[in-house]
Design a protein around this ligand. Sequence first.
Ligand code: ZN
Ligand code: ZN
Ligand code: ZN
Ligand code: ZN
Ligand code: ZN
Ligand code: ZN
Ligand code: ZN
Ligand code: ZN
Length: 1849
Amino acid sequence: MAASLLRRDKRSAAASLKAECCGQDGRGAQLLGELLDSVLSPERAVAEAEVIEWCKCLMAGGESFDDFCKMVRGYDNATLCGLVWTANFVAYRCRTCGISPCMSLCAECFNAGEHTGHDFNMFRSQAGGACDCGDSSVMRDSGFCKRHRSATSSNIPSVPNELMMMSERILPRVILRLIQHLRDGYSEPVSDPATERDLQKTLQQMEPLISLLEDLTKMGGAMRSILTRVLTNHQIYKDLSSGDHCTGEKTYAKKNYEKYLAALKGSGLVSSEERSVTSVLDQMAGASNVTILGATAGTGQMDSSDEEEQDGSQGIGKRKRVKLSNSTKDSSIMDILKHKCFLEEILFWTVKYEFPQKMVTFLLNMLPDQNYKIAFTKTFVQHYAFIMKTLIKSHESDTMSNRIVHISVQLFSNEELARQVTEECQLLEIMVTVLLYMMESCLIKSELQDEENNFHVVVNCGEPLLKNNTYWPLVSDFINILSHQSVAKRFLEDQGLLQMWMNFVSFFQGMNLNKRELNEHVEFESQTYYAAFAAELEACAQPMWGLLTHCKIKETQEYTRTVVRYCLDALQDWFDAINFVDEPAPNQVTFHLPLHRYYAMFLSKAIRCQQLDLDSLLPDQEMLMKMMVHPLQIQASLSEIHSNMWVRNGLQIKGQAMTYVQSHFCNSMIDPDIFLLQICASRLDPDYFVSSVFERFKVVDLLTMASQHQNAALDTEHERSMLEGALTFLVILLSLRIHLGMTDDEILRAEMVAQLCMSDRTHSTLLDLIPENPNPKSGIIPGSYYFETMLSAVADFKAPVFEPGGSMQQGMYTPKADIWNQEFDPIMVILRTVYRRDVQSAMDRYMGFLKQTGKFCGNPWPPYRERAPLNPSYKGLMRILHCKTLHIVLFTLLYKISMDHQNMSEHILCMALYLIELGLDNLPEDTVEEEEMLGEERCSDSWFHGTNIATNLHHIINYVRVRLPETAPEVTRELPASTSSDASSFVQSSNTAQVFSLVAERRRKFQEIINRNSGNAIQTAAVRPKTSKWTAPNTTPQLTTTILEVRESMLSLLIKLHHKLSGKQNSYYPFWLEDSESTSRLDPMQQIHGDGITAVERILIKTAARSRQNKCSIEEICRKVAPPVPPKKSSSADKKALDKEERRQKARERQQKLLAEFASRQKSFMETAMDLESPDSDVAMDIGSSEQQDTETVYDCVICGQSGPSTEERPTGLVVLLQASSVLGHRRRSTEPKKLPTSDEEQIYPEDTCGTVHDVRITDLQQNFKDSSCLQSVSIGWEGGVYVQTCGHTLHIDCHKSYMESLRKDQVLQSFSVDKGEFTCPLCRQFANSVLPCYPEKNEEKSIWSPYSNKNLMTLIKEVEEQQEQLGMFPSITNLSKEMESVMKDIRSTTQKKYIDYGKTPGSPDNDFLFMYSVARLNLELELVHRGGNLCLGGASATTKRSCLNQLLHVLAMHMRLFRIDSAYNPWTRLTRLTQVIDLGICDDEKPEVPLLYRDVSSLLLILVLTMPQELHKEHFTCIVKVLYNLLYTQAIATLSVRFSKEERTAWKNPRKLKTMCNSDKSWEVLLSHIICELSKGNLYRASDTDQVSMLSTSAWSPQSIEYSIQQFCLPFLRTTSLLQHHLFGDDLPSCQRTEEEFGMLASYLGLLPPSLQSSDEVNSSSCLEWPIAALDIISQWCLEVTTSAESHSEQVMSLLVQDPQWSLPCLLQLPENYNTIFQYYHRKACVHCSKVPKDPALCLVCGTFVCLKGQCCKQQSYCECVLHSQNCGAGTGIFLLINASVIIVIRGHRFCLWGSVYLDTHGEEDKDLRRGKPLYLCNERYKVLEHQWVTHTFDHINKRWGPHYNGL
Ligand SMILES: [Zn+2]
Ligand SMILES: [Zn+2]
Ligand SMILES: [Zn+2]
Ligand SMILES: [Zn+2]
Ligand SMILES: [Zn+2]
Ligand SMILES: [Zn+2]
Ligand SMILES: [Zn+2]
Ligand SMILES: [Zn+2]
């Protein structure tokens, strides 16, 4: 039966089968089964077209498949978009609408939704994703697009059973076939390349089948629910999968199933039936501690760790493993898989085949079905461990990671689903177990502290798992699910999980240990630190921040308590494992202390948000002491690294230090460490803490009052900077309030101010630099309203500007003046700087502010700021400021500085004063009592008795016992001969201060605390007979003890320092003695800005204000050092001194000003040299300028420096840049720029560009007329013409040659290619590629001409004709003529051949001739464009200054004169005489000459002028212009007549006035009527009457409009001719006020009008006519040329006769305001050549052509499309917008540069590569700049950073 069905037509077979199946007898089912057995038989290829076809037909049940699809779609009840995309897809994210940060939208849904004003951005998907539109668990409903907002399942009818019946029966078999194919095709091991190929083949074979399934998913909800049922039904799977049901090919199905079981086993998995057996075996082997490694431990590392475990009870990390196996059911997580439905097995195979894209997409496309989503999520979780195991083994882990996250993000972003699987499937346990499992595979023994006795294990950052970040999908999933409150709650409540998690974190504690190299430089700089920082930040810190978000209210106190408890446990374990006692091992540092940081951050949260009592969370003192050690070690190491003590470890150690502090990570690294140290400082004994700090920084030995000392721990060269480091650390510790009481607002503000003070920032840099708030979700989301308001409060916006010749600027934010005044905080700056120079930069900017506002002119000290109030919990921190140890240090430092001891610095003084000031600002509450109590003791002679700084400041130290080398000066001076050890002990016991030994102090305290804390402390102490370097003073026998007389108090030292700083004795005098009324100065905060003197004064004021005793003390000291002087006198003396000071200051300023002026002058020279438009330029650079000189022009050679004229023998030349240009060819008629098309409807046609119009014209001419004549009737070079420009500098040509030679030899890589003749001007560095010889001038001939010479026009015409007869005189061969030839060769080779050879015979001299005068034409026209398109401004526009046109004309003329125009063809004859020209064309076989009326008058002018003998007389020039004007005028009228309508023509043909005119030759009416008559003879107007030409005339012509139109027609000629005259004869261009006056002005300039007429603005164009012979006769002759030839080319007559020489200025395409408009249309547009969507699309901004940048697809002969287009469109210059980057590149010849972007965001910034994805808007100023550079051909000069493109763009 089935066989017969197979033979039938598929559709009818399907129809009848469906009918059978509807019956009750089950016959249909059987029949269908049989048919499917045959169709899906394993003997057939799994997805051959026939099979797919059958499946489709059967499912459609007799309908066509397409109809079936349509019907099913009708029942689509899905409310989700769910569009699945893969990597590189452009999607959107809206923070305003998103609930989950992972939310994303497809472009269609985004654009159809309402997001205006939202905080959204566009992004390019990395791993792929899916559209969340319609999913209210991920985003707010308000953001749904219309389609997915309105869709509700209620209004969709339910699906008729009958429609889906066949699909339901067929699909199980189809999916079974798929699975069987997957089973069959699989083989191990995957890593083998051959097997891998096989697997790929297997996948390929089944692709059509998967596509079919994918198509089904897209049929909507109805089909998806059928698929879901099939995929998740247990019974179907049970019946089909094992192969038991089959009768036919039992063997295949069975074999297949066995393969599946084998694959399961091979993956280290067992099905649940076997589980019981294994676990029993496990128990028997007693291997419970290894179960986490699983039976799968197949890889090398695992074996080794197994071994270690076996070889004894001392195995590493044993304790943890035991703990682990106690608390987890790992084997069930890691090793057991049991499949119960198709979906599960499909996922299994998807994993096995390492996530083939097709399968992933199919699985994801099903997600909109809610039942499927739940089932799939569970399946995914079930396979989670297996997925990660596969990932570790995969050698394509990057791709696989992306695909995994592509799936998991869709599943875990949904809180409800995540919660469900957490509860039902142990998701958290699985994740944490798998994380542990992963990391256990790469553990090594920690070497921290004590290498031998360390039992701690850490991850090995060199392992691929860490180096390649393979763990990230897992960690990212984990972070994702922890973001859900309900899931995080589960985690925080589960103590087992927390314990496991702390174990996991401890794997990173102390990783990547650095050991300081003391002898040799490391051979190999390990880069493992990247992996280490990445691991800590991603795997430890991120989850920590996630958890912290859920511990922010009082109600969650318990969570915090639990975490803190487990943290402390883990830390305790860690200290035990590393065998830590009390001292860190020297010269070691690890930057990774995640356990410390967890502890610190949870504490911070507890105090700040949960009102927990700090002390209840703190451990005992011993533990606190231990905890402070490693973070402190990091701070000391930072200072060591900055002091270059780690240089031998290479650069990478600096990298670590920078990473540790930098703003992206500081929240998770340095800030928690400082906070933890602050806690320790607030609770530990302050003396212990302070002495520990100085000991860690190794500067204890330095802190002696002896002038010399020995430092066993530190080289002298490092002492100062380490001491600075220690003091800076203390200052930071005591003044930082980030976790100690600052509000979120204050933190953000402080961070912002710090970053802005370092440097002006762009908005995006600033966003990037501001650390995320330590309290996530506090509102500081990038770009949030909160951020913006803060920014506008502290900063001013500087709009982006473009500096001419400079670089493109971005919009910048700069601190408001008040910020410098009030908030600039150097401490915050120091904390956040990665580079030391940033601190300097902030101080420089601060100094600039003070100078500018006149607040302070000297070298300011960092301003002192009052700190934010301290949270009461941390009040203890301030005890540090009031401890004897610190005061001893401060006293010693003040003393040393006042005594000029070595290794002291102003910075040290600054910090010491800062600490004193902090102390004064934070006096303990019991101040008064203490002072009174200690009042009597103020003459005490030992170190301080109390701890209050206010008291200790005035305490006088008389003697100090010091140890010092015998060589020290004090030894001989101070030590009495009788002094013996007895004496010293006597002194000690009486009233000498003790030898200052911090170490002894610290040790004592530590012992004390240990004793207090633990019973067996003695034991501990005994263990450590530490041979610490600085506890053995006895080993340095040359030290001797001596007693130093000091007799100072800190106050007296401060006053001494005041004298020292001011450089004057007795400079300090307490103001309150001077003038008791000046209470204003009592406010010390008014004296914030200033130098050291200000600081000392401020402190003294504060001191006096804080205590009466101090005030008296100060008075006393001042009186002692300076007997009371009358205040007035002293102030006048001060004033004198000040005057002197002031004068010196003034002198210095003057000098600086002078220097600055000099610098700016130099700069402006460079700028003027670069900028063509710069109005002022050096006179020396004027070439061929208007000045009438009697002597020869003298040129300076910029190479040899000599000056002299250019001569035939030794010519001088101008440095020039030759470049091919098509700028003029892109001009259009319309003044409105063309719009860039942004839809398929818009198009740009090149038809109306100047280049195309001229091309058409020359082709038309060549069709009908003689070629050589054609080539003299037009100009070329509109496209690919050569533009010549100069910087104006000259050099000897021989000097240039040797210069080029030296460049060629130069080994330095040049950005230009010397071989192509390129160089830079030796003087101004402008890019150049040739030298244009200067023609020796004979000035005397120039000045003699006057427009009213007696010669009449006819005589002049004759003279011109005679001169033309002398043609063909070859110049003598000189150096000059050789150079002129060579530059001509350069000019010719500048452009491509196709732009030179227009003639029909290639290589004919006619081509050359045309090319040469066209070069002149082009340069004239371009100059006109640069002048704005007209000459109204005359000489006022300064472009001429650098013109080299005069020299260029000489060169061209020399070459043109070599050509001989046959006198018979000489147009001059036909212009000035009546001839019989017509016959010439006809008698020959050749085509006729081009009629004069068709010829381009400007071209004729150039031909005539350039072929005339050198030193053309101006009267002859004017004669030529006059003659040509007649022709031009005639052309204007002829053109006009064509534009007339038939009726108008008839009307104008016979004007009434005609007869009565007196001067008929100069009447346009007469001439018009005559021309109409003449041209009518040839029936010329026939065409125009029917043609579209007549359409041009829209309104009736009036005499005024006729005159206007004639003037417009003539103006272009007058303009270029005026320029030509200007350059040839050097006379100044006139100027006029109004554009209407231009015609008259130029006409008289050219001598067409007598000068007397000049002023009148009512100039008639006809009054410029001057006919050599009867006008009507010659016009008749010209018209006759046209009418006779018109027969042969009737269709072109009109277009040839109608010339329109007017073009608007060249411009680039007009761009849309919003970049998105461009991006949306072009980023997915296909290229017309390869019809693919290019990977890097680019757009020509000149013509709008769309090209494949860098694409191989459109490459032609090794030229990529972009380069190719730059040659075709711009003759080598191209301006392209890179669509995907929003950036413009400019191609110039063989080089290119990144120009920048013309689209900026709202903050005035570029967004290169669209990384931020924020809306971008057109910056018109920048676009104008781009256009200007294009039009003026200055890309080469203005843009730097050119590189070769090797035709690969
Ligand atoms: Zn969508
Ligand atoms: Zn939508
Ligand atoms: Zn939105
Ligand atoms: Zn020279
Ligand atoms: Zn130059
Ligand atoms: Zn183009
Ligand atoms: Zn292309
Ligand atoms: Zn292409």
